[in-house]
Design a binder for this molecule. Sequence first.
Ligand SMILES: Cc1cc2nc3c(=O)[nH]c(=O)nc-3n(C[C@H](O)[C@H](O)[C@H](O)COP(=O)(O)O)c2cc1C
Length: 200
Amino acid sequence: MKFLELNKKRHAVKKFNDKPVDLKDIRTAIEIAQLAPSANNIQPWKFVIVKEKKEQLAQSLPALNKVQVEQAQYVIALFTDTDLVQRARKIARIGSKNLPDDMIAYYMETLPARFASFDDKTKGEYLALNAGLVAMNLVLALTDQGIASNIILGFDKTVANEILDIDERFRPELLITVGYTDEKLEPSYRLPVDEIIEIR
Ligand SMILES: Cc1cc2nc3c(=O)[nH]c(=O)nc-3n(C[C@H](O)[C@H](O)[C@H](O)COP(=O)(O)O)c2cc1C
């Protein structure tokens, strides 16, 4: 599918039908989504595919988002890894057969030293930006397979880890609902492009 066509096809879908989604298709979409760029190629994301705990998660949400999560076949909870030092070492460890020696040293030494100097705000922005990029890739990858989705920021981040039994090291960023829809979707409004461009 052409990029423009794909983007025009993607909508925030808030009503889903009962048609099941194949878990394999979600796995494929995540595999494609993780081709997203990330700062230092740190790939700080974790995708938690929620089915059994979906109802419990829904109960913690504000009303409009609750219905979406209840109707969705799956919810993908996107987390980021707040332990960037360990993340860098994990990349070095798992990638050891594929990475040249200088990159291993980069992940084992250079990056951990840099991450150690991050304050909470810097780290929070770093994680959120990378999460946004992979989330966008994910909804486009789902769209490409004819699967509808919505990105949800309106959820209680203080209870998500406990509900989903995810270590506090991982920070909840977004929920992505997944399903099929019978809705006839109209493109939502966008500002004229010249309103958002400045040339210096
Ligand atoms: C970061 C982010 C957070 C969002 N949070 C919510 C949300 O909590 N609930 C919801 O119904 N939609 C949410 N949306 C969907 C937006 O409402 C939707 O993307 C926007 O209206 C544009 O419509 P479109 O995606 O169909 O182009 C969110 C979208 C993004 C990108």
